[in-house]
Design a protein around this ligand. Structure first.
Ligand code: PLP
Length: 469
């Protein structure tokens, strides 16, 4: 299996190199040259497998010859053995043909553990094999940071720097990053938004000298391996609820577009997905793009508004580029042109035809703060399921888009309610408890540095820190 860049300006790579590189040197994102196919019978054969067994089957075609099959299976088994629920990603029924998939049973209580716990182990395996070390630099809107730190901590071959927007992540989120006592972990609070953090990381990556001098690597959702590991739980929930003999609608609370793009990949691979519903908060760039009156297919940025679902407080959804690549007939030059235009003018027209085709699969709903509040209360009252503000955005979007009751709607619950307790308490009066391994989080000592939104200062900070270590 070869991987190609969405901007067609970089060499094709094998899985191992795509994993370790993250972002492509031409500024694009890597995608597989072709989608592996699972026939109906092959999907039926997935029934009854454990999560790790199913995960191995789904991901093996993406690995090519880069790792022996048995070893990969062992790494996948070790990855999910440490999760806090025996089913790994249990599904809970919340209505007729309506389900929630709980993706918050990993160590940092958000769905990002599902890919990152695996990615950390794969990094370790390939770096040790090559006798190489890397510097991982990542931006986080809250959850990626802790999940990445937890996946990379105490690994000799890795130093990890995580940038978070100062004051724009929840206390639990910040503490999950800043209380990790490990020699290879460095936290930067950037005076800016998540988009600023993400721009900073992108800028460091295109600085060739810096990138090569420190072997930069990324574990943001721009890293293909993360998307790959997220495809798994679409198949897992689909198969457990009757795929390939049922049709599915997935509802996904969306920020950087990585999770919902993995759903698109699952559809491309043969899972019967009728619709992918994107839930957004008040940062609704995608809802405005997909809205029916927007027949020109225009996408325009707006300032980021802080909300109760901070992991979705994003304007530029990086992984949208991967989707665009397919809808532009995999013409990387065209993708590069239109996205440079977008970055420059903050608004762009992707074309009516492209927009129309996307709308055959994707549907988008913006969920307001008051809807979040009443829906958390209502789902709790009617089902006993306590959901966080991100997860409920998926559920509300799912309810709106579940127009054909014969289809099975699965809403992805992306964070544990105890990660965002304020909104949950406000809606239900119930304070969700942190699981035992995090019970003393609010008493642990923090360590991080606050830096201005300035590329040179960030670069210097990283260089100096690496020198000292
Ligand atoms: C990261 C995150 C999201 C957004 O996922 P994307 O893949 O960036 O679209 C939604 N909910 C939670 C809790 C998250 O941590």
């Amino acid at each position: 299996m070869k991987y190609i860049s969405t901007r067609s300006g970089a060499p094709d790579l094998e899985f191992e190199d795509v994993l370790l590189t993250g972002l492509s040197p031409d500024g694009g994102l890597y995608v597989p040259q072709a989608w592996p196919q699972f026939s109906k019978n092959e999907i039926r054969d997935l029934r009854g497998l454990t999560y790790a067994e199913l995960a191995t089957k789904i991901m093996l075609p993406f690995m090519g010859d880069s790792i022996p099959k048995d070893l990969f299976k062992k790494i996948v088994e070790e990855t999910y053995a440490e999760f806090n629920h025996r089913a790994i990603a249990p599904t809970k029924q919340i209505g007729h043909n309506q389900w929630v998939a709980e993706l918050f049973h990993g160590p940092t209580l958000a769905f990002k553990d599902y890919p990152l716990q695996l990615v950390g182990r794969l990094f370790d395996y390939f770096l040790t094999k090559r006798d190489k070390k890397v510097t991982i630099i990542g931006a986080t809107s809250g959850d990626t940071g802790s999940a990445a730190i937890e996946a990379c901590r105490d690994r000799d071959a890795i130093k990890i720097f995580i940038l978070h927007p100062q004051g724009r992540v929840s206390e639990v989120q910040r503490r999950q990053m800043t209380t990790v006592r490990s020699e290879n972990v460095f936290n930067i609070a950037l005076d800016g938004t998540f988009d600023d953090c993400q721009d900073m990381v992108k800028a460091l990556f295109v600085d060739e000298k810096f990138r090569d001098a420190h072997n930069l690597s990324a574990v943001n959702s721009i890293n293909w391996a993360r998307i790959m590991a997220q495809i798994v739980y679409y198949f897992w929930t689909g198969v457990s609820l009757g795929a390939p003999d049922q049709k599915f609608i997935y509802a996904v609370p969306t920020g950087n577009f990585g999770n919902v793009y993995a759903g698109y990949a699952a559809k491309k691979m043969g899972l019967p997905v009728e619709k992918l519903i994107i839930g957004s908060n008040e940062n609704d760039i995608l809802t405005r793009f997909f809205a029916s009156q927007n027949t020109k297919g225009t996408m325009s940025m707006a300032p980021v508004i802080p909300t109760s679902s901070p992991s979705m407080d994003i304007q530029i959804s990086s992984n949208f580029e991967r989707l665009l690549f397919d809808y532009y007939g995999r013409d990387g030059k065209a993708v590069a042109g239109v996205l440079e235009d977008f970055r420059h003018n903050k608004t762009v027209n992707f074309g009516h035809e492209c927009w129309q085709k996307m709308r055959k699969i994707f549907e988008c709903y913006r969920v307001s703060n008051s809807e979040i509040n009443s829906a958390i209360a209502n789902v709790y009252k009617t089902t006993g399921e306590l959901l966080d503000p991100h997860s409920i955005i998926g559920v509300v979007g799912g309810h709106k888009g579940h127009t054909n009751p014969a289809n099975i709607m699965v809403a992805l619950a992306t964070a544990h309610p105890a990660k965002f307790p304020a909104a949950v308490v406000e809606a239900t009066g119930i304070t969700p408890n942190l699981p035992a391994h995090l019970a003393d989080l609010l008493e642990r000592e923090e360590s991080y540095d606050v830096l201005p939104n300035d590329l040179d200062q960030i670069r210097d900070y990283i260089v100096n820190t690496l020198k000292k270590k």
